[in-house]
Ligand binder design. Sequence first.
Ligand code: FES
Length: 389
Amino acid sequence: MSKKKFSVNGNFKDSINTVKLLTERKKFIGSAPAVLPTRTDDFGVNKVAKSLHPKEQKLVISRIEEHADIAKSYYFKSESAPLAYFKAGQYLTFRLEIGNSVVTRSYSIASSPASALNGEYQITVKRISDGFVSDYILDNWNVGDSVTAYAPEGNMTYNPLRDAGTIVAIAGGSGITPFLSLARAIDQGDEACSLTLLYGCRNSDEILFKSELDSLAEKNGKINVVYVLSHSDEEGYEKGFVGADVIRKYAPEGKYSIFVCGPGGLYKFLETELPKLGLEKKYIRFEVFSSGKKAEDPKKFSIKVINRGEETEIKANSNETVLCAFERAGIEVPARCHTGECGFCRSKLVSGKVYIPEGEDKRRIADMQFNFIHPCCCFPESDLVVRIN
Ligand code: FES
């Protein structure tokens, strides 16, 4: 009698495997304790979520590096728990008490994501004129000091589903830090994109991290760095501003995404330059420090702040944001990005008029209709009444 050949097709194998899996799963569930943990903190998934998105992190300054007289890099270790992970391009928001004021400020993380896994963050703070918080940090933070930061946040990160394979990064001044992080991440194999960095400064003395950027570009073919000087004509540097012509000269053929980080003046300049490139909107992203409103003759106003039913009258002027007026008066408002994006500072404008610089109004349409504002990028134009929660 001839033997019949019996073959098992893929679907049948899948069914056998599924039965095996179900049996194992039943056994696993059966061996679990009969009583569920009562504290939600005890669930594994909650532990992971908490370590990735802690409400706040207690950090210690482990070292400080000076960059001539213009900036300092601060390195942090965690006081207890592991540092929250981040994507290159995100920022850390610090909470500081300065005199009677409680303020928050965000600084892009300069270190690579891998460094967070090794227990270190780096930020770089540049001295700016009238920099209420940056001056305080530069003059008061020392090695060994404890500081409070929230979890890393921010959307200027590379996403292969949304962005082109090459990022053309336009940095102005200390806006270099998120792109230093990205260059480091690319070099460490943690980001798959290429980077063309166009770094604008007034003169070559103001370039931060030049030797590291040069060596990353030299050893890694996916990184290209171009320095553009606006106030001096030096050999080996582009002269002028990072506008459409410079971008066309160095951007790759085909598709690329543009990321911008720098002061408000850079944004204003690019507002007329970027449309010349004809890129789709989704390929352009900004992380812009508030442009501020430098009125020739700042006017003084008052703001009635309603906070959980209590009313406080504070002073404000047309030159500083409503959030800044709150901070100076010691009124704490949740805030993270300070660029109008995150919505943490969202408050109700009960009455009065505010000015929002062009390009900084990132409110939802419903919020605009119902008079909610982001005080971090609003400037008073009259006396105001604002409810902050
Ligand atoms: S702090 Fe993010 S919107 Fe105001």
